[in-house]
Design a protein around this ligand. Structure first.
Ligand code: HDE
Length: 729
């Protein structure tokens, strides 16, 4: 967007490069002298100033005081939610002009690369908690557009726990560690969370998502993202439509197993952070397509649910997702604190062409985000922190405050003014000025919830119905785990009442695991968040609607399974390995985009049977099967004998099998496979069909084997293996 001055000077090109705008704010001590914060060169940074060598330290030591004081103040309050996160820079490009529905500039010019900064997060845990918590993931995108910043502050699930912002502090108090003991960290498996949820039937749909594999992503790069609320698009003619925003990962949507997640949390709590960082460093730039579901304004009431209700999604069968552009993350931050920690998202950061709906959760969020930044970042000038600055100029009459960076010149900081020729000027809509969509509202002031929000179970059921059998099993297991951790038995019973409203078989299976019975006639779950004097709308008269029985887009089983790109494959080898088969399989996997790591009993290198040195990436001490998507055992008599005799190597294979991963071995490594507990499950033949079903490949010809192995890895997981449960590992 051109400023008034730019308009007068058409030769000025807008500078769209966020990275170059960050440059003046970066610092690098390479080749420089050490100084105080005020530029004084420091002669001795090893010793404080003392009265004699052994004497007391002197208060006079301004260098010591400056250094310690700054250190004492290094921490800022962590985010009350989404404290644990990781971010990256990137770009967004729209495919085709979207002028028919929105006038937003960055959605209308396919030539523009809009810089973005994207932060992923868990919700409940502290800044130092594990990435692998069973939790919702945040997916917040800041677009530095030519019309100012647009923030799409979403999650990896399309609905939310509550329908009204006023319940958010209750929800978060319930899920955070309990206030007396500060336990448990980054976990929802405790009494206060489920006490609250069991009294809030409106959470039923979200609970299905949070108990599903969506809560255990394989990678941030393999998650969908959702704006959750219904927003508005507005076009040049001021015609408005409703819009839902979705991010579709090009690598598909994948999850890890719960046992694996817990294991990773111990072995590498930074697993997702590392995965994102490493992918970008190695040039495997994560990509998503931006999808929109557009509902013309006149269709607002055509659905069985209310578009303003954030516990509902619009099934893709009803409104197809149009993929309108691509997001690519291509640069890691230079400094975690300055960028990832200080970035301040706010869904009130919009541009002309994007506006809000009356979703009561969205409306409350419009207040919360700026408010939280004021505390977290210490004052009203957080927009001046380099990562938060738009790429376009900022001019207004706001002044002063803590840590003000801008040196505003001139006498006027008010408008209208004559002294300063009335600058800065308000912009007309035709000059890019934001105008609010003039929605007609004619209503009474009430504290109430619309009756159209009261069907809490139809979409929870739709979600459950849409899952594959393994996904359903995982939901049952997750609920059995979480409710099994509760101390207060009555909460379990209340939750079973809620589950029975969603699906009887789901409730029965969880009840079986908990060895209690499903309440026969559960008290119709009252919405305990309705006011003391009742609601103008009568809950009892709600008709549960759900004409759509199942939606393919809701199951991760239907995600594309045609690529092994960026998948990590472990090769278990030792001295004497047959380097030819190793190389054939490695080269083919790498050509398909996978990452191969050689794991051996000792670090540094192994010597092949033909005396070739092969680099080793990890020993069994520093590696674990949970860090890999698949495992291969190459041939070579001595290597095979060493690997078979190594208990860690056999455990590696057993665990990979337990977590339903693809396993391959050279035919001459059969004795290693025979040492595993799954050796009896090896299929007799290795046709493509068997490979896709069983995920095991054994073969003599490395060239043939690797094609099948690639097919197996691209299936991601063979969840059917879990059926005979209680697999040791
Ligand atoms: Fe947030 N949320 N939220 N939220 N949210 C915050 O803002 C809040 C909600 C989301 O990586 C906070 O800067 C309220 C839904 C993400 O920095 C805070 C309500 C969705 C992030 C806040 C919600 C989100 C936040 C804490 C109910 C998905 C991390 C720190 C009315 C659409 C952004 C901060 C980042 C962060 C408030 C509900 C997503 C306290 C009051 C629904 C991804 O302002």
């Amino acid at each position: 967007m051109a400023t008034k001055k730019d308009l007068e000077n058409p030769s000025l090109q807008p500078d769209n490069d966020k990275t170059s705008k960050l440059m003046p704010h970066t610092a690098d001590g390479n080749g420089e002298f050490l100084t105080t914060n005020h530029g004084l060169r420091i002669n001795d940074d090893q010793n404080s100033l003392k009265a004699g060598e052994r004497g007391a330290t002197l208060l006079e030591d301004f260098i010591l005081r400056e250094k310690i004081t700054h250190f004492d103040h290094e921490r800022i309050p962590e985010r009350i939610v989404h404290a644990r996160g990781s971010a990256a820079h990137g770009v967004f490009k729209v495919y085709e002009p979207m002028g028919a529905v929105t006038k937003a500039g960055f959605l209308n010019d396919p030539a523009i690369e809009t810089p973005v900064f994207v932060r992923f997060s868990t919700v409940a845990g502290s800044r130092g908690s594990s990435d692998l918590a069973r939790d919702v993931r945040g997916f917040a995108v800041k677009f530095y557009t030519q019309e100012g910043n647009f923030d799409l502050v979403g999650n990896n699930m399309p609905v939310f726990f509550i329908q009204d912002a006023i319940k958010f502090p209750d929800l978060i108090h319930a899920v955070k560690p309990e206030p007396d003991s500060e336990m448990p960290q980054a976990a929802s498996a405790h009494d206060t969370f489920w006490d609250f949820i069991s009294l809030m039937p409106e959470s039923a749909h979200m609970i299905m998502w949070v108990m599903s594999d969506r809560a255990l992503p394989r990678s941030y790069r393999m998650m969908e993202g959702f704006g959750v609320h219904t927003f508005r698009f507005v076009n040049q003619e001021e015609v408005s439509s409703f819009v839902k925003f979705l991010w579709k990962p090009l690598l598909g949507v994948h999850a890890v197993a719960w046992d694996e997640a817990q294991n990773i949390s111990g072995k590498d709590p930074d697993y997702h952070r590392r995965d994102l960082w490493d992918a970008i460093e190695s040039g495997n730039f994560p990509e998503w397509e931006l999808g929109v579901q557009i509902v013309p304004e006149e269709d607002e009431f055509k659905f069985e649910f209310d578009l303003l209700d954030p516990t509902k999604l619009i099934p893709e069968e009803l409104v197809p997702v149009q993929r309108i552009g691509k997001l690519t993350l291509n640069r890691n931050p230079d400094n975690f604190f300055a960028e990832t920690e200080q970035v301040a998202y706010h869904l009130g950061h919009v541009v002309p062409g994007i506006d809000f709906s009356n979703d009561p959760l969205l409306q409350g969020r419009l207040f919360s985000y700026t408010d939280t930044q004021l505390l977290r970042l210490g004052g009203p000038n957080f927009h001046e922190i380099p990562i938060n600055r738009p790429v376009v100029p900022v001019h207004n009459n706001q002044r002063d405050g803590h840590m003000r960076q801008t040196i505003n010149r001139g006498k006027t900081s008010y408008g209208p003014n004559k002294i300063g020729d009335n600058f800065p000027l308000q912009a007309k809509a035709s000059e890019g000025g934001f105008t609010t969509y003039p929605e007609r509202i004619d209503a009474r002031k009430v504290r109430a919830r619309s009756k159209s929000f009261f069907d809490h179970f139809s979409q929870a059921r739709l979600f459950f119905n849409s899952q594959s059998d393994p996904e359903k099993n995982h939901i049952v297991d997750a609920l059995s785990f979480e409710l099994g951790k509760l101390k207060t038995v009555s909460i379990r019973e209340r939750m079973l009442g809620i589950l029975s409203m969603i699906d009887k078989s789901l409730a029965a299976e969880v009840a079986f695991a908990l060895r209690i019975s499903v309440p026969q006639d559960p008290e119709l779950p009252m919405n305990h968040s309705i006011p003391a004097d009742g609601n103008p709308a009568d809950f009892d008269s709600v008709i549960f609607k759900g004409s759509l029985i199942s939606s393919a887009a809701l199951s991760m089983a239907n995600t594309p399974k045609d690529s092994v790109k960026t998948r990590k494959i472990a090769f278990l080898a030792a001295d004497g390995v047959d380097e030819e088969s190793l190389k054939t399989v490695k080269d083919a996997l790498e050509a398909a985009g996978a990452i191969v790591e050689v794991i051996a009993p000792r670090l540094n290198y192994i010597i092949s049977k033909n005396d070739v040195e092969i680099p080793v990436d990890h020993s069994f001490l520093t590696a674990a099967s949970v860090f890999y998507d698949a495992v291969y055992v190459p041939g070579g008599t001595n290597s095979v004998a060493t690997v078979e005799a190594d208990a860690d190597a056999v455990h590696f294979l057993n665990e990979a099998f337990k977590h339903c991963k693809a396993v391959a071995a050279d035919a001459s490594a059969m004795q290693v496979v025979e040492a595993t507990y799954f050796s009896k499950k090896i299929p007799a033949e290795f046709s493509d069909e068997t490979v896709v079903r069983e995920g095991i490949v054994i073969g003599e010809d490395a060239g043939v084997l690797v094609d099948k192995f690639i097919l197996a890895i691209s299936q991601h997981r063979f969840w059917e293996r879990e059926k005979p449960r209680k697999i040791p590992a």
